[in-house]
Write a protein that binds this ligand. Structure first.
Ligand code: PEP
Length: 253
């Protein structure tokens, strides 16, 4: 089945409003005319509104990096799904390994966030992936299975159509160590098989699975040649228009 490739840039805690505007203006120019690839950027919360205005008329989608599951109330420092909808977010990243590692996210809180996002009509980029120790102890598949069962608990096959899964081996994030295309494909194939067991063949074939972990213009083509890799979630290389646009233009390489 043909799945539309999806390249998303996670800017993490980078870019002031001014810097975000500079980057998005440059990006719009350098990726104009790219067809048959969906592109999204996830600026920090403070820059979402400004970037949304700059994106008017562009096909680049806006994504947030996280949300909280309540709609409003006494939750100091948190951002709700309706707030993200209001500033024009189409996607939200949930369960990123940095959230799990530094901010105590668990499979249960990830599941609550996913449910809240979908209920408000946001599409979700759901991140999963093992740390180095788990890979060395050959626990990658059992960990992926646990994260999928926990994060997707209670979601229907229909809701799954608004989901993208990002496989991000934690040992490859920000380290310069990309998984080989074969290593990534092995896990992507496992994830698709698990989706089939949890839902159906149709759902498993429809869902896009991105790879994330030190993706660069040099590594993207080999990754995208794999049958079960449908795109990339890009951190460091998404902070410069030149490198991100080369990744987006992987078909031209
Ligand atoms: C990420 O944080 O989602 C990521 C993949 O980062 P990097 O590309 O910098 O490894």
């Amino acid at each position: 089945m043909e799945r539309l490739p999806f390249i998303a840039g996670n800017w993490k805690m980078n870019k002031t409003v001014g810097e975000a505007l500079d980057l998005i203006r440059e990006l719009k120019t350098v990726i104009s005319g790219v067809k048959e690839v969906e592109v999204a950027v996830a600026p920090p919360f403070t820059a979402l509104d400004a970037v949304r205005k700059e994106l008017e008329g562009s096909s680049i989608r806006l994504a947030a990096q996280n949300l909280y599951w309540e709609e409003k109330g006494a939750f100091t420092g948190e951002i709700s799904p309706p707030m993200l909808k209001e500033v024009g977010c189409h996607y939200v990243i949930i369960g990123h390994s940095e959230r799990r590692q530094f901010f105590g996210e668990s499979d249960e809180t990830v599941n609550r966030r996913i449910n809240a996002a979908l209920a408000q009509g946001l599409k979700v980029i759901f991140c999963i992936g093992e740390i180095l120790k788990e890979r060395e102890e050959r626990k990658t598949f059992s960990l992926i299975e646990r994260q999928m069962e926990g994060g997707l608990k209670g979601l229907s096959g229909k809701e799954m159509r608004d989901m993208v899964i990002a496989y991000e081996p934690v040992w490859a994030i920000g380290t310069g160590k990309t998984a080989t295309p074969e290593q990534a494909e092995e896990v992507h194939r496992f994830i698709r098989g698990k989706l089939e067991r949890l839902y159906s063949k149709a759902v498993s074939e429809e869902i896009r699975i991105q790879y994330g972990g030190s993706v660069t213009p040099d590594s993207i083509k080999g990754l995208m040649n794999q049958p079960n890799i449908d795109g990339a979630l890009v951190g460091g290389a998404s902070l410069r228009a030149e490198s991100f646009s080369k990744i987006v233009r992987f078909k031209e390489m």
